[in-house]
Write a protein that binds this ligand. Structure first.
Ligand SMILES: Cc1cc2nc3c(=O)[nH]c(=O)nc-3n(C[C@H](O)[C@H](O)[C@H](O)COP(=O)(O)OP(=O)(O)OC[C@H]3O[C@@H](n4cnc5c(N)ncnc54)[C@H](O)[C@@H]3O)c2cc1C
Length: 299
């Protein structure tokens, strides 16, 4: 029976497995196929199950696969898919080099969701409103995906296929998200507008730019909640490349972003509000990233 309300119980029965290794997880997924769903923190999946939008016969937990939790910094940064949003938000290398990602995690609606929700779940759920997505797009992150048949790398720009749809194929598990080392002179920022703090975004933006003196040598701008997937705005990025940084070019890029997004009107905001808000937060995020880049550290 389809129910429209979010109840406290999960009515349909299901079997539950807790593999201790990726190989065990792959075998379970291959055995149960479309009858199985992976669960990480469960903050998206359990809502879907309670509302009976999905009723998997098997739920396979990733919680006991220790190798999925690691956050490691070397030349760049590797975030295990099972790292919680809270763990990512407080990780020293994230705070030191990837300010937009730390801010995206800290923009989450509640502490309990930050503690339970994982970065991998946020991406694999493929919501247009996923807070970490614009930051990961702005950092040109890559998803590391594994299955019994091998491993592949998917650029974050190719990961999102539509609302609730990702590039993951049957039997695949996202194991990590890798971020390249920021270039010297980098600065980044993330901003989110929501109806109340405890809500997903009406609009959010992640930007990352590289500053050489008074010029912008590279820039990525990505928005959430303004299209069927989180998106980069190529026109706005092109308007900044090679230009002198400052209010005039930031305003121009923000106008292009507001024009090129494809927002809808829904319960959270109207299309016109989303365009207006996008212009403001793109401009403000660019200003902040520009200022951070001037402060010397790769932020
Ligand atoms: C009250 C509430 C508030 C919320 N606030 C926010 C917010 O402010 N910002 C925001 O962005 N989101 C928010 N969310 C959504 C949710 O909490 C996040 O998307 C969270 O990061 C999901 O992570 P999870 O580990 O709980 O995912 P899960 O629910 O465990 O999984 C989500 C989906 O991804 C799949 N999956 C998970 N991990 C993997 C993997 N490693 N490989 C392959 N598939 C995988 C699952 O099968 C499932 O389909 C909120 C949710 C609730 C209920």
């Amino acid at each position: 029976m389809y129910m429209n309300t979010n109840t406290r119980i999960i009515a349909p029965e299901f079997d539950f497995a807790q593999p201790k290794s990726l190989d065990e997880g792959f075998a379970l997924m291959d055995e149960h196929g479309a009858d199985a769903r992976l669960i990480a923190g469960g903050t998206d999946l359990l809502v879907q199950m309670k509302m009976e939008r999905i009723s998997p016969a098997w739920v396979i937990s990733l919680a006991r696969i220790d190798e999925l939790r690691a956050i490691t910094a070397g030349k760049g940064l590797s975030l295990g898919a099972m790292a919680s949003i809270k763990e990512v938000s407080v990780a020293a290398p994230v705070k030191a080099g990837y300010a937009a990602l730390a801010e995206a995690c800290n923009a989450y609606s509640t502490v309990s969701i930050m503690l339970m929700g994982t970065i991998g779940g946020n991406i694999c759920n493929a919501s247009p409103a996923a807070d970490t997505a614009p930051a990961l797009l702005a950092f040109d992150a890559v998803a590391v995906v594994k299955s019994a048949r091998g491993s592949r790398r998917v650029a974050m720009a190719d990961f999102f296929a539509g609302p609730g749809k990702s590039a993951l194929k049957p039997g695949e598990i996202l194991t990590a998200i890798e971020l390249p080392e920021p270039a010297a002179g980098s600065g980044s920022a993330f901003l989110k507008i929501s109806r109340v703090v405890a809500d997903i975004s009406q609009v959010c933006v992640g930007v990352s730019l590289v500053r050489d003196g008074d010029r912008i040598t590279d820039c990525r701008i990505a928005l959430g909640s303004v299209a069927p997937t989180p998106i980069r705005i190529a026109g706005a990025e092109a308007a900044l490349g090679g230009q002198k940084g400052g209010d005039a070019v930031f305003d121009k890029a923000a106008e292009i972003a507001a024009r090129d997004i494809k927002p809808i009107s829904d319960a959270r905001a109207s299309e016109s509000y989303r365009r207006h808000a996008a212009r403001i937060i793109v401009r403000d995020a660019l200003k902040t990233a520009w200022q951070r880049a001037a402060e010397g550290a790769a932020k």
